[in-house]
Structure formats: structure tokens, C-alpha cells
Design a protein around this ligand. Structure first.
Ligand code: PLP
Length: 357
């Protein structure tokens, strides 16, 4: 079966098999990784390798700190303003979808939020021309969700925001292609799409921005504390960290992010072509902003959605329902989804159209 869930999502089979082989006894230690002290030499090696591999994959410059935290990307919606207002009282936010809105709602607890551009009126199908953006030069930072997982709206290149620090929620697009980390003040991502199982949140922050948290910031939410303690102020999610490390090694074996980027672009093109080539299926997103990772689509006849999902499941094509808030259908095709899975979905869609169209 192929799992098209938006998250938690498919983990590469090779990673699951390695984890299975090492489950009870990690490399002759007589312990499962789950049972190891997070401060012992074995886990320290696992943690440091994961950190080094992630740095290599994303070419993270040395003046950035990488943290492996808990609380999901949703906690970052608070941690960003708590840590990165840096003495200012205003922040800029793009509103390009449901995750943007959640980030904005949290930020409003801590600062005055200026909306750079708002895609609500076009139902999050496009982003207005940059000449209309309202950027505030006094903002502490500009925040945007690089890929809106629910709507399938992706900004393929970072927006040009001048000298104001740029912060991005990359939960559903990190590691899908190479990025220039130096364009960002901070990048964060929940793990459960392209990194590994849920329970881990990767945060990459430029070092000079640390140490200016609001005074009431909870210790667990303080980047400086977490960075100085190498993400081990408390017990970290050790097993998830280990699995993320296996995924990083798998990505390196696949040829790194250049190879992943080519594959992801190709896989998404195949699916968009199939959707665009038929009147039976539709994807409403502006072609410039179509996500490589999450592809929502509708059927011309909404009544066929349920039969579509039931027949897809029967055919081993799982979790194709759209997000509960928007309905419709959605295929999430993260790094772990092989091209064969996308082709199986396309063949199924064509056969379903023949029998129901
Ligand atoms: N941001 C984006 C873009 C997401 O897709 C998600 C979850 O799917 C989140 C934030 C929230 O992540 P979490 O569930 O890890 O808090």
C-alpha cells in the first residue's frame, strides 16, 4: 500500500527496516535506543550524527544553531515571538493558509501583527503580487509558511523582504529540495512529514538572534537555553531523534537534496498533469504556487468522493481524504513516496474516471 497522508506520513521503507533490525539491540549494546540514557556515549553519538547529517544535507552555515525540540511546529508559533521579537513590538506575517492563521493567532498574544498579504479572499489559491505587499520596516521579523499543507499552496522561493529577518514554517517542505539557509533568520519544522515520526521539531536559528527572549518566556520555550544545552535541557525525544537520523542518512544515500528536489518536482508534475488533463478532477491552485508535497484535488461530482476514497483504499492507496476543514481529496507525496506510488495513484484515477465519468 501507498500512504498519501499529510502527516504523520510515510517513512522510507529502508529506514523502517533498519529500525526494526536494530530495535532490540542497538549495535551490540544490548539496549534498544529507547532505553539509552540521553547523556550516555551511545546516544550522544546518535544525536551528534543526526545533527551533522542535517547540517550537511541543508548546508547549514556554522553561525546557525540546530535544535531538536518537542511540542510540534505549533509550539513554534509561540516560541518565535517569545524569542525573536528582539526588543521590538511588531511582526509581519503572510496569511497564505490555515497554518499561517494559526501562527498569526499565537503571535498576537505577544506583539502587534501586520499582515503582509492576505489570501483569504481568493480561498488560499494564490498569493497577491509582491508589489502589493505591505512590509513594515519596523517589524522584528517577517513570518511565512513556505508550504501550506492543507491548501497545497507553496512559495517555491523565499519572499524578498529586504533587511527584516525572515522566518519560515517549513513543516511540510523541509528537505524536499536544497534551500539557502542564509536567507533565513529561523526555520522550523515538525518532523512528521519529511524528517521522521511525530514528536520532534527541528529549529534552525541564526546564533546572533539568541538570548533576547521575552522575560516571561518559559524555560522550555527559550531557544538560548535549549541551544546551550544541545537540546537536552530535559529528556529529549530520543527514539524519534534516532529515527530522524536514519532518515537523514537515507536522504544522503539518495543523492541528497538536489536529487530529492528533482524527484519531487517530477512526481508532482506527473500528478498535476493527470489532474489538468481531465475534466473529472480539478486543482484550483495558481500554477506558480502549486505545492510539490501536498496536492489537493476535487471531483467534478462531489458525490463521487466517498466511492473514490473507498475504491482507492481497496486498491492500497491510503489516506487520500482532504483535510477535515476543507474536504475534497489530497495526495501528500513527501520524500518517502516513490514515483511508483504516484503512478499507481494516476492509473487508479484514470480507471475510476473511466468507470464513473
Ligand atoms: N505548520 C504546518 C505547515 C503544518 O503542516 C503543520 C501540521 O501539519 C503544523 C504547522 C503543525 O504541526 P504540529 O502538529 O507538529 O504542531
Amino acid at each position: 500500500p501507498y500512504n498519501f497522508s499529510a502527516g504523520p506520513a510515510m517513512i522510507p521503507m529502508a529506514v523502517l527496516e533498519q529500525a526494526q533490525a536494530e530495535l532490540l539491540d542497538w549495535r551490540g549494546t544490548g539496549m534498544s535506543v529507547m532505553e539509552m540514557s540521553h547523556r550516555g556515549k551511545e546516544f550522544t553519538q546518535i544525536a551528534e550524527e543526526a545533527d551533522a547529517d542535517l547540517r550537511e544535507l541543508l548546508a547549514i552555515p556554522t553561525n546557525y544553531r540546530v535544535m531538536f525540540l518537542q511540542g510540534g511546529a505549533s509550539s513554534q508559533f509561540s516560541m518565535i515571538p517569545l524569542n525573536l521579537l528582539c526588543g521590538k513590538t511588531q511582526a509581519d506575517y503572510f496569511n497564505t493558509g490555515i497554518w499561517s492563521q494559526k501562527a498569526i493567532a499565537e503571535a498576537k498574544r505577544y506583539c502587534s501583527v501586520n499582515i503582509v498579504t492576505d489570501s483569504t479572499a481568493n480561498k488560499f489559491t494564490t498569493i497577491a503580487d509582491p508589489t502589493t505587499w505591505l512590509l513594515n520596516p519596523d517589524a522584528a521579523y517577517v513570518h511565512y509558511a513556505a508550504n501550506e499543507t492543507i491548501n497545497g499552496l507553496e512559495m517555491h522561493t523565499p519572499p524578498d523582504v529586504g533587511n527584516v529577518p525572515l522566518i519560515t514554517d517549513m513543516s511540510s517542505t523541509i528537505l524536499s529540495r536544497p534551500i539557502d539557509v542564509s536567507r533565513f533568520a529561523a526555520i522550523y519544522a515538525g518532523a512528521q512529514k519529511n524528517i521522521g515520526p511525530a514528536g520532534l521539531t527541528v529549529v534552525i536559528v541564526r546564533e546572533d538572534l539568541l538570548g533576547q527572549a521575552l522575560p516571561f518566556t518559559p524555560t522550555m520555550f527559550n531557544y538560548k537555553v535549549m541551544a546551550d544545552e544541545n537540546s537536552m535541557y530535559n529528556t529529549p525525544p530520543t527514539y524519534t531523534w534516532y529515527l530522524a537520523g536514519l532518515v537523514f542518512k537515507w536522504l544522503k544515500e539518495q543523492g541528497g537534496l538536489v536529487a530529492m528536489g528533482k524527484q519531487n518536482q517530477h512526481k508532482s508534475q506527473l500528478l498535476y498533469q493527470a489532474i489538468d488533463g481531465s475534466d473529472f478532477y480539478n486543482n484550483a491552485i495558481d500554477h506558480r504556487y502549486r505545492s510539490w508535497m501536498n496536492i489537493p484535488f476535487t471531483l467534478a461530482d462531489e458525490a463521487l468522493e466517498k466511492p473514490f476514497l473507498a475504491a482507492a483504499k481497496q486498491a492500497g492507496l491510503l489516506a487520500l481524504a482532504g483535510h477535515r476543514t476543507v474536504g475534497g481529496l489530497r495526495a501528500s507525496i513527501y520524500n518517502a513516496m516513490p514515483e511508483a506510488g504516484v503512478c499507481a495513484l494516476i492509473s487508479f484515477m484514470q480507471a475510476f474516471e473511466k468507470s464513473h465519468g
